[in-house]
Write a protein that binds this ligand. Structure first.
Ligand code: HSE
Length: 339
């Protein structure tokens, strides 16, 4: 499987590291991955014989970060060049989220699918804005669109809602869908610190979005809820259909009062039926210990589905992090290779 990667930030770098480390085990399973393009925001690498990822990693200055500039293989490579060249089987799209339009990722993904190239993305923007269009393009061209990373990374919320609930009608979705806010609320609960201090710790762990307002103002939870609602419940909802409130209004006193009552605040995303309509809401809620989502700790997340014939399914785990997000991209790649 010849792979082109657009987006060489934290998750892109972690993916290259994972592919390199796991390559022998993957080969033994019959999964041969060859990365031939890597494109960062300024430069790109192209080697039709396969980029030497181990060398790229070794060129890393501090053993953690990998910069494209560290190697000799630099060329003026752009996503447009790669998509015209049509010499990849699978595009990994990891540019940052544009919540207003989903571009330019939407155009890259669409072009790849039209060229009969599989796509795996961790970018919520194009899926929030254009899931139907992109899924249709994948179907028409006989290729796959992997989006597991967009809804909680390592938490298998998309596979859980589609594969495991197949044939049932899912009528409600509820979840703790954002690891950063869950971590912040736990820090505030355990240490009595302010929201600002806890946010700085979340940033230091590398789990907060590049724009942390996406996390704390509830946008990231709303993106994931919208994607799950459209994919699992087969809806065509928009961000404007969701009532969104983040966690920035919660004070240390609110959190400690809840604690004294044996309760915890969680940032909940929920889609549920009310009569003939669907209500979609993101807001902090005070849960007691009897609620399953009360027990979702730290950077972990959770999703709970209710259905007509398969009953309830709750998945808890999938702690946020760059390696976990990269691993969820690899999970989708392996699943495509296995079809
Ligand atoms: N910032 C997100 C989270 C990670 O904390 O869950 C990507 O969705």
């Amino acid at each position: 499987m010849r792979i082109g990667l657009i987006g060489y930030g934290g998750v892109g770098k972690a993916l290259i590291k994972l592919i390199t480390e796991k390559s022998p085990a993957l080969k033994a399973q019959g999964v041969n991955l060859e990365v031939i393009y890597i494109m960062g925001s300024k430069k790109g690498l192209y080697n039709p014989q396969g980029i030497n990822c181990a060398q790229l990693l070794a060129a890393s200055k501090d053993g953690q970060s990998i910069t494209i500039e560290d190697t000799d293989e630099n060329r003026e490579i752009t996503p447009e060049f790669m998509l015209q060249n049509k010499d990849i089987d699978l595009l990994v799209e990891l540019t940052s989220t544009n919540k207003e339009t989903g571009e330019p990722a939407r155009s890259y993904i669409l072009k790849a699918l039209e060229n009969k190239i599989h796509v795996v993305t961790g970018n919520k923007g194009p899926i929030v804005h254009s899931y139907r269009e992109l899924a249709q393009a994948a179907k028409e061209n006989g290729v796959c669109l992997g989006i597991g990373c967009t809804c909680g990374g390592a938490l298998p919320s998309v596979n859980g809602g589609t594969i495991e609930m197949a044939g049932s009608e899912v009528y409600s979705i509820e979840g703790v869908l954002n690891g950063t806010t869950n971590y912040i609320l736990k820090e505030m609960e355990d240490t009595g610190c302010t929201y600002g201090t806890a946010l700085e710790k979340a940033k230091a762990c590398g789990i907060a979005e590049a724009n942390p307002s996406f996390d704390v103002d509830g946008w990231d939870t709303a993106f994931k809820l919208l994607i799950l609602t459209n994919v699992v419940m087969k809806q065509d909802k928009k961000l404007s259909d969701i009532q969104i409130e983040g966690i920035t209004g919660l004070t240390p006193e609110n959190i400690q009062t809840a604690r004294a009552e044996g309760k915890r605040y969680k940032l909940i995303g929920r889609t549920m039926r009310e009569g003939e309509t669907l209500q979609m809401v993101v807001r902090p809620e005070k849960l007691d210990a009897e609620h399953l989502l009360y027990h979702v700790d730290g950077k972990n997340k959770a999703v709970r589905y209710e259905s007509d014939t398969l009953g309830e399914l709750t998945l808890i785990g999938g702690a946020s992090g760059t390696t976990a997000a990269a691993a969820s991209i690899l999970r989708d790649i392996i699943s495509i290779c296995s079809r």
